[in-house]
Design a protein around this ligand. Sequence first.
Ligand SMILES: [Zn+2]
Length: 83
Amino acid sequence: MAKQKIPYHPKAKIICACGNIITTGSTLPEMHVEICAKCHPFYTGKQKLIDTGGRIEKFKKRLAKKEEMEKMGKKKNEEKKSR
Ligand SMILES: [Zn+2]
C-alpha cells in the first residue's frame, strides 16, 4: 500500500485581518485569521472592541427592545392596580 502524501508547505502564509502575515510550515498553503498576536488587545495593551458582523450592535438593539417592553408591561400593571 502506497503512503498517502500529505502536502506540506514550508512557507505557508497565515494572513490576519489586520494585514499581518505570518510565514510558517503547514499542510495548507494559506490561512486567514481574524486576529493575531500583532493586533490582539492582550498583546497591544489597548482596549478595543472586536465586533464581528455587528453582533454587539444586534445585542444592544435587542436589549433596548426588551427594556421598552418591560416598561410598557409595568405601565399596564399600574393601570390595572389603580382601577
Ligand atoms: Zn492581526
